[in-house]
Write a protein that binds this ligand. Structure first.
Ligand code: LLP
Length: 409
């Protein structure tokens, strides 16, 4: 869990005063710290880091990734087009749409991105359309992991990737269309805190890689977790170094090709801790067994608690030293799954107080909906050593209504 300093709390309160609520605030410093620390741990490996932009595609976030030399994991035509528009070179974008359509295949290929194919039938249609091309293949090594069943992306019951047992078919199709498999990819899940399982999965794909002669990279995916709860340990980076980085270095050293690199593509690890969702408490209500603190935000702005039961720490920025009381911190959406925290100790919440929902910089804004026809939150960017600036305003009632009407046929 991110610990806010007194200065950061002051800054966040000033953002709420200046830009109102609900607002996502992102600290550039945190993103850069996370990227550089991962790079340090992977130092010595021939490496390319991609950013899984589905975690947070805010323009300044993406620009930070670009400045830090990262490529992009894009999973839809709009993600790809947006990354290219921001200046990411096409050869640093891997297009990993699953259950891709023909149109999407042509779109991505036409823009110079390498396709990451996770279905045999798509590999076949790619071969038919683009014989003699390079392609990456997503394998499912059957080892999955993640913070919730909904985010596990490998294993028998997962829709992702070509089962590693079907590698022969991959070779057959590649041979039939003269495709060069330049990359192998896996992504086993999200919010992984257990490096042993991650290594197990990586070793399956490394084993499978020995039958591919023209590989330029092995992409071991994202998934690195961050601690959300106050009592949760961070990912153990010394075991990451020992269990993952060291054997990867051994693998690379022993590999016949000196042109092979290892790719990682985290999303959450880079951005989650940089983001705080600011909301205002409008209503404090004593129920019969619960005290509800109702805010001007909700599951439309941060769906993770409703969707996965995820924990996000909630701090009262207006009254940080008040006596602690137990609350259900809820939103203004007409659903009972609309909550940030249940049965949670927070320093006394009063109507008008500003709360910060922490570690919300990944899969927060990028999963926003306009359910109940409420606006998306605003976004504020705090550059390292600079002043907060509004990078995306909320929409007014008039703008929302006009946008809906304009879409009607
Ligand atoms: N690569 C691929 C192919 C992915 O599908 C994902 C995430 C990533 C990389 C990045 O995973 P990360 O490093 O961020 O864990 N909405 C969920 C997370 C779903 C992740 C989907 N794929 C959540 O809020 O926890």
């Amino acid at each position: 869990m991110t610990q806010l300093s007194t200065e950061e709390r002051r800054l966040l309160r000033s953002c709420a005063d200046a830009f109102g609520t609900p607002t996502y605030v992102y600290f550039e410093e945190t993103i850069v710290r996370q990227i550089r620390s991962l790079k340090e741990h992977l130092d010595g490996l021939p490496l390319q880091l991609l950013y899984a932009m589905k975690a947070n595609h805010a323009v300044p976030v993406m620009q930070t990734m670009l400045r830090e030399g990262l490529g992009i994991d894009a999973v839809s035509p709009a993600e790809l087009a947006y990354a290219l528009k921001l200046g990411f070179p096409a050869d640093k974008v891997l297009f990993s749409a699953n259950n891709m359509t023909d149109e999407e295949m042509h779109f991505a290929t036409g823009r110079g991105a390498l396709l990451n194919v996770g279905e045999l039938s798509r590999l076949e249609s790619f071969g038919q359309a683009y014989p003699g091309s390079k392609v990456c293949v997503r394998l499912n090594g059957q080892v999955g992991a993640g913070h919730h069943a909904h985010v596990i992306t490998a294993g028998d019951k997962s829709k992702f990737g070509i089962p590693v047992e079907q590698v022969d078919a991959v070779h057959r199709i590649a041979g039939a269309y003269d495709l060069t498999i330049v990359g192998l990819h896996q992504h086993i899940g999200s919010g992984i805190m257990d490096t042993e399982t991650l290594w197990q999965a990586i070793s399956v794909i490394l084993d499978a890689s020995t039958s591919f002669e023209d590989l330029r990279f092995i992409n071991v995916g994202g998934g690195l977790g961050i601690p959300y709860r106050p009592d949760e340990e961070a990912l153990d980076m010394s075991s990451f170094d020992r269990l993952i980085v060291a054997p990867l270095k051994d693998f690379i050293d022993g590999h016949p090709s000196d042109d092979l690199s290892i790719w990682f593509e985290p999303g959450r690890y880079f951005t989650a801790q940089s983001g705080i969702l600011l909301a205002r408490v409008n209503t404090v209500k004593e129920g019969t067994v619960r005290t509800f603190a109702g805010t001007d935000s909700g599951m439309n702005h941060l769906v993770r608690p409703a969707m996965y039961g995820s924990y996000h720490h909630v701090v009262n920025l207006s009254n940080p030293d008040g006596p602690e009381k137990t609350y259900d911190v809820v939103g203004n959406i007409c659903e009972s799954s609309d909550f940030f925290a249940k049965d949670r100790l927070v320093s006394e919440l009063r109507e008008g107080d500003i709360i910060g929902v922490l570690d919300a910089g990944a899969y927060g804004m990028s999963m926003v909906t306009t359910y109940n026809l409420r606006s998306e939150p605003a976004e504020v960017w705090i550059p390292a050593g600079g002043e907060p600036r509004l990078t995306r305003p909320r929409r007014s009632v008039e703008e929302i209504v006009a946008a809906e009407m304009a879409r009607a046929l």
